[in-house]
Design a protein around this ligand. Structure first.
Ligand code: SAM
Length: 243
């Protein structure tokens, strides 16, 4: 299996050489940052359709973490097009962070369509450095399909812990590496090309390990294989962690 993986990966690297050349010349980033929000708009509709049950189940727990006023303050890291808004409880105060400013027009469209939320602000920042958000200032942080893309998972999770109030929670749904003995893992090694086309997304990250290492007091994490049409994205972890 290891040899097959090596050969496949080599083939993928050779085929994706033109894209790596564009990246080396500094041209690819501009292209991918512009086209990715359009792609996410289409992809999210399909993904939400296939994940609706899981999202509804998980996000139904959000309100349990509201402060004494009953109003939930929520920070969504890498909010993308705002695809999760419809799952948030009425009156929820939402702050969004994403390093790609090209998501803004899609995000504002979602805000206009989700009048049950109280939108606060959109910050253009990486998850690893959200210094505009004060320490212990939010009840919950949400991330969906984000740990696959951040440069430094440990640093992002440290930032999540910093901004959460004590007793607040981090909700996550993430696609991850499949078991190494499976054929699906073999296909996940298309990663070098995938990474470039899908704006820095890794398919073979074992993100549950970073969640287990982070300094949360409690972690509820489940491995699932939702019936997504794109098989390499099927292995997921989802759940929540309490500060
Ligand atoms: C696959 S998209 C997911 C978007 C959205 N969370 C969703 O579920 O549709 C990955 C997101 O991660 C963002 N991203 C990439 N690098 C990041 C970083 N270092 N910190 C925070 N977000 C990042 C991208 O801009 C993009 O919005």
């Amino acid at each position: 299996m290891a040899f097959t993986v090596f050969i496949l990966q080599l083939a993928v690297r050779i085929l994706s050489f033109p894209l790596y050349l564009l990246k080396f010349l500094g041209l690819w980033n501009q292209i991918s940052k512009k086209w990715f929000p359009y792609y996410m708009m289409k992809f999210s509709a399909t993904y939400n359709g296939q994940m609706a049950g899981k999202k509804q189940e998980l996000f139904s727990k959000l309100q349990d973490f509201a402060g004494p006023s009953g109003k939930l303050s929520l920070l969504e890291v890498s909010s993308g097009t705002g695809t999760n808004f419809k799952f948030y409880p009425p009156g929820c105060r939402v702050t969004c962070v994403d390093p790609n400013p090209n998501f803004e027009k899609f995000l504002f469209k979602s805000i206009a369509e989700n009048r049950h939320l109280q939108f606060e602000r959109f910050l253009v920042a990486p998850g690893e450095n959200m210094h505009q958000v004060a320490d212990s200032s939010v009840d919950v942080v949400v991330c969906t399909t984000v740990l696959c893309s951040v440069e430094n998972q440990e640093q992002m999770l440290r930032e999540v812990c910093r901004v959460l109030r004590p007793g607040g929670a981090f909700f996550f749904i993430e696609h991850v590496a499949d078991e190494h003995s499976t054929w699906n893992y073999c296909w996940q090694v298309v990663e070098p090309a995938w990474y470039l086309v899908f704006d820095g997304c890794y398919l073979t990250r074992e993100s549950w390990k970073a969640l287990e290492r982070a300094s949360f007091s409690k972690l509820k994490l489940q491995h699932i294989q939702p019936p997504l049409s794109c098989k390499v994205l099927r292995p997921h972890v989802y759940g929540y962690a309490v500060k």
